[in-house]
Design a protein around this ligand. Structure first.
Ligand code: SF4
Length: 265
């Protein structure tokens, strides 16, 4: 191959990257990234965790706390409550207040916090904050501000991970103890009946490559490997933002960082 042809082949290779949404249920979005460099995939994961801005309680003033829970623990619990952070909220103000004034006996949930802005509410109202016994009381004010995971993990919008695309080779013909092998799969993607073993339809990408099936059945019967050219990329939102917004903001953040480098060159 001539040098020009090689360069041409490289160029073709550069353009092969493909992203495809394979699953999305509002909470979890799964993408299939083909021919992406792993360093780029990891940069995207880090941009999501560290670069996307969300709201979280950051400054808590405790006026009264006669419960056995230390003030610091109470403040930490409040900080970890995910708050709805859509783009309209982002444009409206820089900080939001929540008030809490309760006396036991009462179980206090996130829904008992009184927000200064009715649109800024806890994602999970049933989140338990504290259980107050008879006579115990709590009075506080918490200020929610915008921040990123780089400042504190409470601002991080999602749990993100990736793995290579699984390849499951099942021997053609009869497989002994197929049902038992299927039952061993921790995420239940195998189907076993009689001496037949197969992967459930549309479930292949969920395989976590644990090899529990291969260890039991032997690699002559089932062989687990992975395709390093394809990456399964999963984003599970904590609820502050939709996964689409998270991805858009992370990509914006990456672009800004790269432009910053470009400006300096
Ligand atoms: S490797 Fe693990 S997750 Fe994948 S099919 Fe086998 S048992 Fe299931």
């Amino acid at each position: 191959m001539t040098a020009a042809k090689e360069r041409g082949a490289e160029k073709e290779g550069e353009c092969k990257m493909e992203a495809q949404k394979i699953k999305s249920d509002g909470k979890v979005t799964t993408l299939l990234l083909a021919d992406f460099k792993l360093s780029l995939v990891n940069a995207l994961r880090r941009a999501i965790i560290n670069g996307v801005s969300t709201l979280a309680m950051d400054d808590v003033t405790i006026y009264k706390n006669t419960s056995p829970m230390y003030d610091e623990i109470l403040a930490s619990r409040l900080g970890l409550i995910p708050l709805k952070t859509d783009s309209a909220i982002k444009k409206s103000k820089k900080e939001f207040l929540f008030k809490l004034k309760e006396t036991g006996p009462k179980t206090i949930h996130a829904s008992d916090l009184i927000p200064s802005d009715k649109d800024v509410t806890p994602v999970y109202p049933e989140t338990l904050i504290i259980n107050l016994k008879e006579g115990e009381s709590v009075e506080l004010e918490a200020k929610a501000v915008f921040g990123t995971g780089q400042e504190h993990i409470k601002f991080s919008p999602a749990h993100v991970f990736y793995h290579f695309y699984p390849v499951i080779d099942i021997k053609k013909g009869a497989i002994k103890e197929a049902e038992k092998i299927a039952a061993l799969c921790p995420i239940d993607i195998l189907e076993g009946s009689g001496d037949k073993l197969s992967v459930k339809k549309g479930k292949l990408q969920d395989c976590i490559l644990c090899k529990a099936c291969e260890d039991f059945a032997g690699s002559d019967n089932i062989k687990i490997s992975s395709d390093a050219k394809r990456t399964v990329f999963e984003i599970e939102t904590w609820g502050q933002l939709e996964t689409k917004d998270i991805l858009d903001q992370a990509l914006e953040c990456l672009t800004e960082e790269l432009n910053e480098i470009s400006k300096k060159v």
